[in-house]
Write a protein that binds this ligand. Structure first.
Ligand code: FPP
Length: 243
């Protein structure tokens, strides 16, 4: 009988090249809750819980950067009660998990225009970032009030205001993006079976491999994460050349 893929912390890591940077669109919280007759916000609560084991697994495998889409520029259009719950969950997550993340060598950062988040969320983020600033094992990048078009426009406008240059190069734009200094994602994972980019890291995902998981995000677990990495390892990345 085939052994069921284990979620144990000592399950073997996929052998082969580990992606340096993995980006995740954590989709399907609402459907997870609705399937159970619960309010959508329960899906977000479960979604936050699903995140920690993935962060730990990524750190264990030697991934350098994990960028997760926690709140998009479009998510403000949701009912204010849902937005409030998401912001509260963020603050609770940081208060509850920062010490353990620090213990795992995780440095917490953000991308997105966080100046528009509620003051309490901004304070928690500043605190968590400072607490974990010295850690070097894994960067956990929370995309918050993030939209790739917004990011690119902010970058270009800042470049226009600061540089005095006439021509923008790929390298320069990359240095003005929120992800400055980070490698581009090698692998994009999206849960819940949807085949969309949803305004996530449009510039940085240029050559990323894509893995779509049918699991709704609250059900996404380390075994599925390893499955995504094995799928990545089986690809032949050519970056537009002949390989
Ligand atoms: C998409 O599910 C998910 C979101 C809009 C938010 C993702 C947020 C979390 C997983 C939790 C927040 C994270 C932190 C770190 C506090 P959806 O609501 O669009 O699901 P649906 O497509 O089934 O409706």
């Amino acid at each position: 009988m085939q052994a069921r893929e284990s979620n144990r912390e000592d399950a073997p890591a996929p052998s082969g090249e580990i992606p340096r940077h993995i980006a995740i669109i954590m989709d399907g919280n609402g459907r997870w809750a609705q399937q159970r007759g619960l309010d959508r916000t329960w899906g977000h609560r479960q979604g936050v819980k699903a995140l920690k084991p993935i962060v730990k697994e990524a750190a264990r495998m030697g991934v350098e950067v994990l960028t997760v889409y926690a709140f998009s520029t479009e998510n403000w259009r949701r009912p204010s009660q849902e937005v409030d719950v998401l912001m509260t969950l963020l603050v609770e997550f940081l208060a509850r998990e920062t010490a353990e993340l620090k213990g795992e060598g995780v440095s917490l950062r953000t991308i997105g225009d966080i100046g528009r988040l509620p003051a309490g969320a901004q304070q928690s983020l500043a605190w968590a970032r400072a607490e974990t600033a010295e850690e070097t094992r894994l960067i956990l990048n929370l995309a918050l009030n993030y939209g790739a078009r917004d990011e690119i426009l902010r970058a270009v406008n800042r470049w226009v205001g600061e540089s005095g240059e006439k021509e923008l190069t790929e390298d320069t734009l990359s240095r003005y993006l929120d992800t400055a200094g980070l490698p581009d994602p090698d692998l994009l994972i999206r849960s819940s079976g949807e085949y969309r980019i949803s305004n996530f890291l449009l510039w940085q995902l240029a050559y990323a491999e894509i893995f779509i998981s049918d699991k709704l995000w609250p059900d996404f677990d380390p075994a599925e994460f390893r499955q995504a990495i094995r799928s990545y390892q089986a690809r032949n990345r050519r970056f537009g050349g002949l390989g």
